[in-house]
Write a protein that binds this ligand. Structure first.
Ligand SMILES: Nc1ncnc2c1ncn2[C@@H]1O[C@H](COP(=O)(O)OP(=O)(O)OP(=O)(O)O)[C@@H](O)[C@H]1O
Ligand SMILES: [Mg+2]
Length: 232
């Protein structure tokens, strides 16, 4: 479980996050939705120690993001809005293997894991391609593959549909749902699009750095959605 208690995050003189108390339970598919600048990315960066609380605590399976950041990062994978920020090597299969190279894993195991993920995401045909030559949708799948080979327990997707056309949007949402339902990976999907909530069990709405809704999807209503500045 990712547990956020009494979290405040201050940047310069402004509180970007205020008194956040949420729990992301294992096995669930949780969506965090909020308008531009509401604090979504700032919040989720606290889940894997990329940001540390000004006040309050964040724990992942009981481990503090402050004290146990290395362990926490192994458990929580994060896919950013722009996959280019995440691609390091120029050849696809090398890029996917990058995280594994830094661990104590045999090259045989690395090749086998990378191979499996390439097939799983139907991107085997671009294994030897140059990352810079790929489409936005393909780049995103390569970035996701690089996370999946690390076998994280939790994956956070920060607005994964924004840069994609309708077909690729549908594809990534389908894959995310499959990772949750089939592989039992706990999913946190960040979005500002109501339609993206389709597969989520739990919804957290953030507005101006505060949580204004946290509950099951069937408890959502138009009034709350409007309050958050989102289109129904
Ligand atoms: N490094 C930073 N420097 C200055 N301001 C920042 C920084 N990071 C976040 N902010 C401010 O914090 C607020 C929340 O930003 P954040 O990126 O978390 O929002 P968001 O909900 O992810 O927005 P978007 O939907 O546009 O991605 C905004 O007012 C933003 O200007
Ligand atoms: Mg953001």
């Amino acid at each position: 479980m990712i547990k956020v208690q009494n979290l405040y995050y201050k940047y310069e003189d402004k509180f970007i996050l205020e008194n956040i108390n949420i729990e992301v339970k294992e096995g669930f598919y949780t969506a965090i939705i909020g308008s531009n600048g509401s604090g979504k990315t700032t919040l989720i960066k606290h889940f894997n120690s990329l940001l540390l609380p000004t006040k309050g605590t964040v724990t992942v399976d009981g481990l503090s993001t402050k004290k146990d950041s290395l362990e926490v990062r192994k458990m929580v994978g994060m896919l950013f809005q722009n996959p280019e920020d995440q691609l390091i090597n120029s050849v696809v299969e090398e890029d996917i293997a990058f995280g594994l190279e830094n661990l104590n894993i045999s090259s045989k195991e690395i090749i086998s894991r990378v191979d499996k993920i390439l097939k799983r995401l139907y991107i085997g045909h671009i294994a030897k391609s140059n990352v810079n030559m790929l489409s936005a949708g393909q780049k995103q799948l390569v970035a996701l593959a690089g996370i999946l080979v690390m076998k994280p327990k939790y994956i956070v997707f920060d607005e994964p549909t924004t840069l994609l056309d309708p077909k690729n949007k549908k594809n990534i949402l389908r894959i995310i749902n499959q990772l949750n339902k089939k592989d039992r990976i706990t999913i946190i999907l960040v979005t500002n699009i109501i339609a993206d909530l389709r597969h989520a069990d739990n919804i957290i709405i953030i507005s101006d750095g505060k949580i204004i809704f946290n509950g099951k999807k069937n408890k959502l209503n138009k009034k709350i959605i409007k309050k958050a500045g989102l289109d129904a």
